[in-house]
Design a protein around this ligand. Structure first.
Ligand code: NAD
Length: 419
């Protein structure tokens, strides 16, 4: 068991971050009351016939935090540590994230408490389809559009799209994003989060005068977001000296061969035992001296008790909520430049938005078009957040929250209250 695993309550962190930014914004109480908490929460029981014949009951959730600026948008997570509070936190962050990159969506998130690594493909499919039918009244291209998150992927989205379409009687690709290309997925979606992380790291390096070619990088969590970011940084000439996943950490001071590591992980499912690397502990990985640390695993992996050991100049939050507020304060005091999650990993939802637009128009773009549009969004959003950070003299996280919360507040003031 890795000792940097999730602890603490992510929803407390989400509320604390909201209050901090709302205070700096001088947000009026009425608006706070209307935008702080989830609009709708659904918890469902998911009975699944397991391969051995018995029925197992799973619990799942779908939380819609906000639909003020557009349909709710957010991933679905399959993980043993999924709780309602975690889903509420992730839904809340989605609202501010969509507003930071200025796409016309609100925030949502879903999850099932399960261990997909111990389930067969058939069991996962039956669980996904039953969960979809349980949350059916909430989702749809104009209401709430799920996407992949931890331990869900394009296949999971294909099952959700199929289940939803079968109940409606016609194909509705726009109900999910992160689908396979052959079902209306977008080119560039699967690597969008890591690519967006890369663009924000490029922007941060330009801002701080760091040459990417000479930079050293550590990645915690070598999954979708982490491995793509590592690959692009490697291609840009940076030295990725250590990476980890839930089974172990590998280190080489001269730089790991990332394409080979991705290939190996694809074959065997883990990074440990990679040739030309030594094994280190999760604590040693976090404490490595590097220019850029990319936490890309789960929430709360960097906390008050381990933040002091960090030795990085930039922390690029590919994961959602990897730093607790206590860790934030320590890194801030140590002058570490933080690219906050709702900016850093917003590339995923941005290309999800592009996918939804393409599905609605039945007109598809080429990969370069997707990359160019994504780069424009990420670089503009980075500049917008940096401007608030500099003009208001607040940490990058507060600046990003001020931008996102400010845009949602403006929308709610204009819409006012119903009835
Ligand atoms: P993933 O399942 O592809 O990868 C997660 C990786 O983290 C796996 O390799 C897993 O082994 C590793 N991991 C888990 N616990 C760990 C630990 N304690 N220490 C080190 N590694 C650990 O998931 P993903 O889609 O890459 O998501 C990772 C993070 O990025 C999550 O916080 C997710 O919410 C966030 N995110 C993902 C997307 C996306 O489009 N995939 C978008 C925005 C944010």
């Amino acid at each position: 068991m890795l000792t940097t695993a999730v602890t603490g309550n992510a929803y407390d962190v989400a509320l604390e971050n909201f209050d901090t930014a709302a205070d700096v914004l001088n947000l009026e109480n009425d608006v706070r009351e209307m935008i702080k908490y989830p609009e709708r929460i659904l918890t469902v029981t998911i009975p699944v016939r397991m391969d051995d014949g018995h029925i197992h009951r799973f619990e799942g959730h779908r939380v819609q935090h906000s639909m003020v600026r557009g349909p709710a948008k957010g991933g679905i997570r399959f993980h043993p540590q999924v709780t309602l509070d975690e889903v509420k936190a992730l839904a809340t962050w989605m609202t501010w994230k969509c507003a930071v990159v200025n796409i016309p969506f609100g925030g949502a998130k879903g999850g099932i408490t399960c261990d997909p690594k111990r389930m067969s493909l058939g069991e996962i499919e039956r669980m996904t389809r039953r969960y979809t039918s349980a949350i059916l009244p909430l989702i749809g291209p104009e209401r709430d559009i799920p996407a992949p998150d931890v331990y869900t992927n394009s296949q999971t989205m294909a099952w959700i799209m199929d289940t939803f379409s079968m109940t409606k009687g016609y194909p509705i690709p726009g109900v999910v994003t992160g689908k396979p290309i052959s079902l209306g997925g977008s080119l560039g979606r699967s690597e969008a989060t890591g690519r967006g992380v890369f663009y924000t790291i490029q922007s941060a390096c330009e801002h701080l005068g760091i040459q990417l070619k000479e930079a050293t990088v550590v990645v915690q969590g070598f999954g979708n977001a982490g491995s793509v970011a590592a690959q692009l940084l490697y291609e840009a000439g940076a030295k990725v000296i250590a990476v980890s996943d839930s089974t172990g950490c590998v280190y080489n001071q001269n730089g790991l061969k990332i394409p080979e590591l991705i290939h190996m992980k694809g074959l065997v499912g883990h990074v440990r035992d990679f040739p030309e690397s030594e094994s280190i502990t999760p604590e040693q990985l976090l404490a490595l001296k590097c220019d850029i640390l990319v936490p890309a695993a789960l929430e709360n992996t960097i906390r008050g008790d381990n933040a002091r050991t960090l030795n990085a100049r930039i922390v690029a939050e590919a994961a959602n909520g990897p730093l607790t507020p206590a860790a934030d304060r320590i890194l801030e005091a140590n002058d570490v430049f933080i690219i906050p999650d709702i900016l850093c990993n917003a590339g995923g939802v941005t290309v999800s938005y592009f996918e939804w637009v393409q599905d609605e128009q039945h007109l598809f773009w080429d990969a370069q078009d997707v990359y160019n549009r994504l780069e424009r969004v990420m670089r503009t959003s980075f500049k917008d957040v940096l401007r608030i950070h500099e003009e208001r003299n607040v940490p990058m996280r507060i600046a990003a929250n001020m931008l996102g919360i400010g845009r949602v507040a403006e929308a709610v003031r204009l819409r006012s209250i119903y009835p």
